[in-house]
Design a binder for this molecule. Structure first.
Ligand code: PMP
Length: 361
């Protein structure tokens, strides 16, 4: 029996059904008499498992055939370097949209390899933080690509629409919002995401790369990060994180069974709406993000007085509600409500918030 409700930002909650299935086949996977993590990645059972996971992800996100799907290692941060080294080619600069902590980290890393044009798209209106509309993003014309982060995990700041910059190569860090809703993959050159929020356990990093962007890598790029080499080897140039890949595959099947990403988006919007509505009607809790840019995955908030934030986190844990401490750079409280969190879980959190407010407010 699970005793806690886990709102951690990542590694994060996984679907209960997926964990049960993994448990049931842990010691004897596919009648092999072994666990999946003890078997060669070159064996036919694992190859089939890897292929199915890749196909299921393609189906879920409606990824066209001219995009390759890679299951790599190194986390999303490895792609902060992997992206420029793979696709800068002869260019000397890239545009980085700065909307929060993670997009800034990506820009800082890219700066080792090229000139980075930092484009600040944040707005502040009546103390609420928002994002400028796409037509106000002042891109430069001759940079290699435009990088942005559609969901800033720490700030809970999201850009929901797919970008529309016809001839530009768009690269997006989808770490904390991949599979939370349908997207139009054709608008992007590269999509990447660490798995440990909406996909599976940590250890696997998904890269979805358009065919025409292969073959441009810098010579000094480590081979394991080279999209062309990894594509040629079906992500098995080096030994892949087999258990994390298998688990991701189970999550993809779970998503398909639930009806795919349109259903998931409805579910995610309902959960987020419920939580934001509760925060907005309360004089005790507040969230500082403009309504249209509020993340449906990460919901940060603070109590009326700072000292209550720490108490909230501690008392929540006593009620079996864990992972709600805000990121160390911003403090406060944050509830991450990824795909695997259900409506009941959010309802429990709200009940706890009500009670905490009643006592402390
Ligand atoms: N980008 C975003 C949006 C993230 O939320 C995170 C992790 N929280 C990262 C990048 C870094 O991911 P990793 O630890 O897998 O390198």
């Amino acid at each position: 029996m699970k005793k806690t409700i886990n709102f951690s930002a990542g590694p994060a909650i996984l679907p209960h059904d997926v964990l049960k299935q993994a448990q049931s086949e842990l010691l004897n996977w596919h009648q092999t008499g072994c666990s999946v993590m003890e078997l060669s990645h070159r064996g036919k059972d694992f190859e089939q498992c890897a292929l199915e996971a890749t196909q299921d992800l393609r189906e879920l996100l409606n990824i066209p055939e001219n995009y390759h799907i890679l299951f790599l290692q190194g986390g999303a941060r490895s792609q902060f370097a992997g992206v420029p080294l793979n696709i800068l080619s002869n260019h000397t600069s890239a545009d980085y949209i700065i909307s929060g902590y993670w997009s800034k980290c990506a820009a800082d890393e890219a700066e080792k390899y090229c000139q980075v044009n930092r484009i600040n798209v944040k707005t502040v209106h009546e103390e609420k933080i928002g994002i400028k509309s796409f037509n106000q993003w002042q891109l430069t014309s001759d940079s290699a690509y435009v990088h942005y982060c559609p969901n800033e995990t720490i700030e809970g700041l999201a850009i929901f629409d797919d970008p529309q910059f016809n001839d530009r190569i768009i690269v997006a860090d989808f770490s904390s919002c991949i599979l939370s809703k349908p997207i139009d993959v054709t608008r992007y050159g590269i999509i990447y995401a660490g798995a440990q929020k909406n996909i599976g356990p940590s250890g696997v990093t998904i890269v979805i790369v358009r065919e025409d962007l292969l073959g441009k890598a810098k010579r000094e790029l480590p081979s394991v990060l080279d999209y062309t080499i990894q594509t040629k080897h079906d992500s098995m140039f080096n030994t892949p994180p087999t258990f994390a890949w298998y688990m991701s595959g189970l999550v993809f099947k779970w998503l398909k069974q639930l009806g795919g990403l349109t259903i998931m988006e409805q579910r995610n919007r309902s959960k987020a709406q419920m939580l934001y509505q509760y925060i907005d009607q309360s004089d005790f809790y507040s969230n500082n993000i403009a309504t249209e840019n509020r993340s449906i995955m990460n919901v940060p908030f603070v109590c009326a007085h700072e000292e209550f934030d720490t108490m909230f986190v501690a008392e929540a844990a006593q009620h079996g509600i864990i992972g709600v401490k805000g990121h160390r750079i911003v403090g406060g409280i944050r509830a991450s409500i990824y795909n695997a969190m259900d409506l009941d879980g959010v309802q429990c959190l709200i009940e706890f918030m009500k009670e905490f407010e009643r006592v402390k407010g």
